[in-house]
Design a binder for this molecule. Structure first.
Ligand SMILES: *Cc1c(COP(=O)(O)O)cnc(C)c1O
Length: 364
C-alpha cells in the first residue's frame, strides 16, 4: 500500500538553485524589490496578460488588495465555503465579512445571495475560486462604489476557454504557498488592470510608504524574498507543461470514481479548466456512511484527505445565531478533498477508487 499525501510539492533541487542563490547572498540584496522579484513580476505579467505584483503570501496580497480599495469601516461580502484566510483578510483590512451562500453546481459565490446581502455599508464583494474553479462575476454587480475582488489563491493555472483566468473583477490574488500547485514555498501575487490600485498595493506592501517617503495609507510588510522569486522563476520554466498533466490526472481520477452510488464527484463548470488544488467529492446519504468515517477509512488505506472547505460562518470567531447558509452547511458537511498530483500514476488512482468501493461494499 502506497502512502498518498494530500499534496506532493514540487520544488527545484538545491543544485539547480545554488549558483543563483549564491549570487543573491553575495550581492547582499536578499529582499526589498530586488532583481529576481522584478523579473518574476515581469514574467507573471507576460504570462497572465495583466499587470502583476508579488507578495510574501497570498493572504498578504489579499489584505493589500482589500486595503487598496479602502474597505475599512465597511462590509465585504464573501462566501463562507472557503479557506479561513478569506474572511480573516477582510477583518485584517478593517472591514466586516458578510457571508453569502454558494451555488451548489459551481461551489462559487451565488449571485442571488450576494444581492440579498448588499447594504449601504457594502464596499466590496470578494469572490473565491474554490479548488481552482473560477468564479465568473456577472457584470450586474455594480451598486456604485462596490469593488469586485477575487481570492484566486488556489487558481493559478486555471483557464477559462483559452484564457488564463486572470484579470477578472477589479483585482485578483493568487497564492504560491507550498500546498498550492505552483509553489514559491511562501508567496502570493496580485493582478489588476487598474494602475492606481496596483500603485496603492505596492505602497501598502512596503509599510504604506510612497516614493516621496510619505505614508498616504497604513501599510505592512508584505514583500517577497529574492530566494522565493528565484524559485518562482524556476517553477515557471516547466509550468506550462505541468498544468495539462495535472488537469489530466484529475480527469482520470474523476473517471475512476464516477459510478459509485452516493459519491458525487465535482466537475468543472462548462468552458473552464480548473487547476484542481484538490478534487472535491461529496458523500451523499445514499453512500450509507458519514463523511468523517469515510475519511478515517481512507486514511487507513493510505490516502490522506481533508474536510475542505469548512463553513467559515460556523468557525468560533464568526459564528452567530442568525446566519443560515443551507447550501454551504450541507456541502461542507459532505465534502472530502482528495489529492491531485501533476502526474498521478494509474495505480495511485486505482488505490483511491478501490478504497471508496471497499468502504461502500462494507455498508451493503
Ligand atoms: C491557500 C489559500 C489562501 C492563503 O494563501 P497563503 O499564500 O497561504 O497565504 C487564501 N484563500 C484560499 C481560498 C486559499 O486556498
Amino acid at each position: 500500500m502506497r502512502h498518498l499525501p494530500i499534496v506532493r510539492p514540487r520544488h527545484p533541487t538545491a543544485t539547480q538553485l545554488l549558483p543563483q542563490l549564491q549570487g543573491i547572498l553575495n550581492s547582499g540584496q536578499v529582499t526589498n524589490n530586488g532583481p529576481y522579484v522584478q523579473q518574476f513580476e515581469k514574467s507573471l505579467t507576460d504570462l497572465l496578460g495583466v499587470p502583476t505584483i508579488v507578495f510574501s503570501s497570498g493572504m498578504a496580497a489579499m489584505i493589500a488588495m482589500l486595503r487598496a480599495v479602502d474597505v475599512a469601516g465597511g462590509e465585504v461580502i464573501c462566501p463562507s465555503f472557503t479557506f479561513c484566510a478569506t474572511p480573516h483578510a477582510i477583518v485584517m483590512a478593517g472591514a466586516t465579512p458578510v457571508f453569502a451562500d454558494i451555488d451548489a453546481e459551481t461551489l462559487t459565490l451565488d449571485i442571488y445571495g450576494v444581492a440579498r446581502s448588499m447594504t449601504k455599508q457594502t464596499r466590496a464583494v470578494l469572490g473565491v475560486d474554490p479548488y481552482g474553479i473560477c468564479w465568473e462575476p456577472p457584470p450586474l454587480i455594480d451598486g456604485g462604489n462596490v469593488s469586485v475582488l477575487i481570492d484566486s489563491a488556489p487558481a493559478f493555472g486555471s483557464e477559462i476557454g483559452d484564457w488564463h483566468a486572470a484579470g477578472r473583477g477589479d483585482a485578483q490574488i493568487f497564492s504560491f504557498h507550498a500546498t498550492k500547485p505552483f509553489s514559491t514555498m511562501e508567496g502570493g501575487a496580485l493582478c489588476s488592470r487598474d494602475p492606481l490600485l496596483i500603485k496603492r498595493a505596492q505602497e501598502i506592501r512596503n509599510f504604506g510608504q510612497s516614493d516621496d517617503g510619505d505614508c498616504r495609507f497604513v501599510g505592512f510588510n508584505g514583500k517577497m524574498l529574492e530566494v522565493c522569486a528565484l524559485i518562482g522563476l524556476k517553477q515557471l520554466e516547466d509550468w506550462q507543461h505541468r498544468v495539462p498533466r495535472r488537469v489530466e490526472s484529475a480527469i482520470r481520477l474523476r473517471d475512476a470514481l464516477k459510478d459509485i452510488p452516493g459519491l458525487r464527484v465535482q466537475r468543472a463548470p462548462l468552458g473552464q479548466s480548473p487547476v484542481w488544488l484538490y478534487q472535491p467529492v461529496f458523500i451523499e446519504p445514499e453512500f450509507g456512511r458519514d463523511r468523517d468515517s469515510v475519511m478515517r477509512e481512507l486514511a487507513a488505506a493510505g490516502i490522506q484527505t481533508r474536510p475542505y472547505y469548512r463553513a467559515c460562518h460556523l468557525l468560533g470567531c464568526y459564528v452567530d445565531k442568525y446566519t443560515y447558509l443551507p447550501v454551504t452547511e450541507r456541502l461542507s458537511a459532505q465534502v472530502i478533498s482528495l489529492p491531485v498530483y501533476d502526474n498521478m500514476a494509474d495505480d495511485e488512482i486505482a488505490q483511491i477508487a478501490d478504497a471508496f468501493k471497499e468502504i461502500r461494499a462494507c455498508v451493503s
